[in-house]
Structures are given as structure tokens and as C-alpha cells.
Design a protein around this ligand. Structure first.
Ligand code: SAM
Length: 321
């Protein structure tokens, strides 16, 4: 099927873990091994075996030929590089949490975005990493330790049950929300390939429509909860779904009910990434759609992904919450 073809064609993305290695040192190390650094071709499928390039949008992302296997590579085994799809590296960049900030990763496990955020914050400040699933949270602890993260506090439990007024969260300004979704954008892992027909009903006997409704209700509740943190000023919401129900429609519902927040303008949300939200799915509003980021596997050679960023309107205080 087309999906399988797309899956095979996705290049090998490797995020340099800046806790352990600079991008320059990573480049040197691959060159010493016989890889050749090239300018990124317009079509990444043109990268040849043993060639690599630095991504045009993300400074910490290296891109290799799709047949490159790094699972036994010393830089991967030691946590110096992290094998992470390009699109799933968007949220931590969009978050823009500066050094020393207090941040929350609300649905964090297995923790690739948490460790990325930690690296971008240069191991300073504090990140509370919540997850409901204890087994997955254990994995997060392992992965973030391996990555050398020292500013993460893992918390087992539902983010929805945390008290935003708790004094320990008084200075939380940045929240990264990557809640459970349908996963309909995931294609790069062959074990995730599902025929669309099979997706119509899931194991609980829910129709696709019911399932999406339950997911989007949950996603909306996670964003609403994040907005209750008194100092929340930048909230990044992402999914690996291609369904508007979990993406533009969720954003639309949030904007309607939370007038003290707005979407961050395109210039702070990966401005050079060309594929934006779908205007027709957000009341035909091209300006709002332009503030959103989407990826399409067959064209962008990443998983299907969606990123949005809410900011508190200037002048709006948390008292209006
Ligand atoms: N951000 C993760 C990463 O990049 O590695 C992936 C997160 S995954 C899409 C969604 C996670 O949300 C799952 O690990 C799930 O256990 C967790 N989750 C679901 N409901 C939750 C809740 N109410 N509070 C906290 N975590 C929750």
C-alpha cells in the first residue's frame, strides 16, 4: 500500500542530544566514520547512503539515508544521539522555554520530548513530567537518565488531578501537552501500520467517530487544565494524528472557551515550515490556520503530526481564568 511505501521512504532522523554532544562534534564524529556532510537536498530521498545533512528547520537534527541503521551505533547506545522523528521534535522547539524556566510535560512518557525540552533548557530550571501509566513512566526515567537530564521531576499520576494552585507550580510558565491521540499519523514504524478500514472500529466496539469524540474531549480537558496554571504563558499542544477532530477542531473549541488565550503568531511557531493548519477546518480563518503546523507523511517524509501553541494574551491575568 502507499502507507508502506511512505514508511520505507522516511529518512533516518537523529537528534543530537546536546546534553552530551554539540552538533559540531556529532558532525565531526560521523565524518570521521566516513559519512559525508552535504547540503540538505530539496527531496530528502535523494540523500545517498553514507551522506548526511543538518536539518533546515531544527538545528539539532541530523538526517541520514533511510537505510541507515543506528540501533547498535555507539553514539545511540550511549545516548549521544536520539532516534526521533523530525516532526516529534517540533513541540520542544516551539515551547521556547528559556534557561531557568519552570515547565510541565503533562503526558510525558516515554519521554523523548521531555529530554529534548531538558536539552533546550540546558539542564537548568525544572520540568515536571507527568504520566498516568507507571510502566511508561519507568521507561521515561530510564531514557531521561540515559540522556543525562538533571532538571526533570517524574510524577506518576493524572495531570488532570494536579492542583494548578499548588505552590510548587507557582512559576510554571511553559507547558508541553502531547496527550494520547488516535496515532493516525504514525507510519514510520511498520508495527504501527493499520489499514484505514480496520480503524473504523476499535477493540471496544467504538466507531471511529465515537473514538475521536472521546479522544478530543480528553485532549480539550488537558489543554483547559494547563490554562489554569496561574503563570502559564506558552502552552504547546501536539498530536501524531492527521484527523482535524483532534487538531484544528480542538484548537477551535479551546479558543472559543478561553478568551484570555490566543494562538501564537506564525513567527514564533516554526515560521519557515511551510505546511500550516487547514483553513477549512478552522472556520475558513487563514490567519489562524497559518499559526498552526501540520506534517503529511508522503510529502514531508515525517510522521503525520500537528502542533499548536497557545499564549496568554498580553494584559490577560490568570484571575480571569
Ligand atoms: N510525549 C511523549 C513522548 O514524546 O515521548 C508521548 C506521549 S503519548 C502520545 C501520551 C501519554 O499520555 C501516554 O504515555 C499516556 O500514558 C499519557 N496519559 C494519558 N492520560 C494521561 C493523564 N490524564 N495524565 C497524564 N498522562 C496521561
Amino acid at each position: 500500500s502507499q502507507k508502506v511505501k511512505d514508511a520505507v521512504l522516511i529518512p533516518r532522523y537523529a537528534r543530537v542530544n546536546e546534553h552530551k554532544l554539540t552538533v559540531q562534534k556529532a558532525i565531526k564524529s560521523f565524518q570521521n566514520e566516513g559519512y559525508t556532510l552535504v547540503d540538505c537536498p530539496e527531496d530528502l530521498r535523494e540523500l545517498k547512503l553514507k551522506e548526511f545533512c543538518v536539518d533546515r528547520h531544527l538545528h539539532d537534527m541530523l538526517i541520514f539515508h533511510q537505510k541507515t541503521d543506528f540501533h547498535a551505533h555507539p553514539l545511540y547506545v550511549s545516548g549521544n544521539i536520539i532516534l526521533q522523528d523530525k516532526a516529534s521534535c517540533f513541540p520542544a522547539h516551539v515551547c521556547q522555554a528559556p534557561q531557568g524556566a519552570h515547565a510541565i510535560d503533562a503526558c510525558a512518557a516515554p519521554g523523548n520530548k521531555t529530554s529534548h525540552l531538558s536539552a533546550l533548557m540546558k539542564n537548568t530550571g525544572k520540568i515536571w513530567a507527568f504520566d498516568l501509566d507507571s510502566r511508561r513512566l519507568e521507561l521515561l526515567k530510564k531514557l531521561t537518565n540515559k540522556a543525562g537530564c538533571k532538571n526533570i521531576t517524574p510524577v506518576h499520576g493524572s495531570f488532570l488531578e494536579t492542583n494548578p494552585e499548588d505552590a510548587q507550580f507557582a512559576n510554571v510558565e511553559y507547558l508541553l501537552l502531547d496527550p494520547s491521540c488516535s496515532g493516525s499519523g504514525i507510519i514510520s514504524r511498520l508495527d504501527h501500520l493499520v489499514d484505514d478500514e480496520d480503524e473504523k472500529e476499535n477493540a471496544n466496539g467504538q466507531t471511529q467517530e465515537e473514538r475521536l469524540k472521546n479522544l478530543s474531549d480528553f485532549q480539550i480537558s488537558i489543554i483547559q487544565h494547563a490554562m489554569k496554571f496561574p503563570k502559564a504563558k506558552r502552552i504547546v499542544y501536539s498530536t501524531c494524528s492527521i484527523h482535524p477532530d483532534e487538531n484544528e477542531h480542538v484548537v477551535k473549541a479551546i479558543l472559543k472557551d478561553n478568551p484570555e488565550f490566543e494562538l501564537a503568531k506564525r513567527d514564533s511557531v516554526l515560521p519557515t515550515w511551510e505546511r500550516r493548519g487547514i483553513p477549512a477546518e478552522i472556520d475558513g480563518n487563514k490567519d489562524l490556520a497559518d499559526r498552526l503546523v501540520r506534517t503529511i507523511p508522503a510529502e514531508d517524509l515525517t510522521n503525520g503530526f500537528f502542533v499548536s501553541c497557545f499564549i496568554r494574551k498580553s494584559g490577560a491575568s490568570s484571575a480571569s481564568n
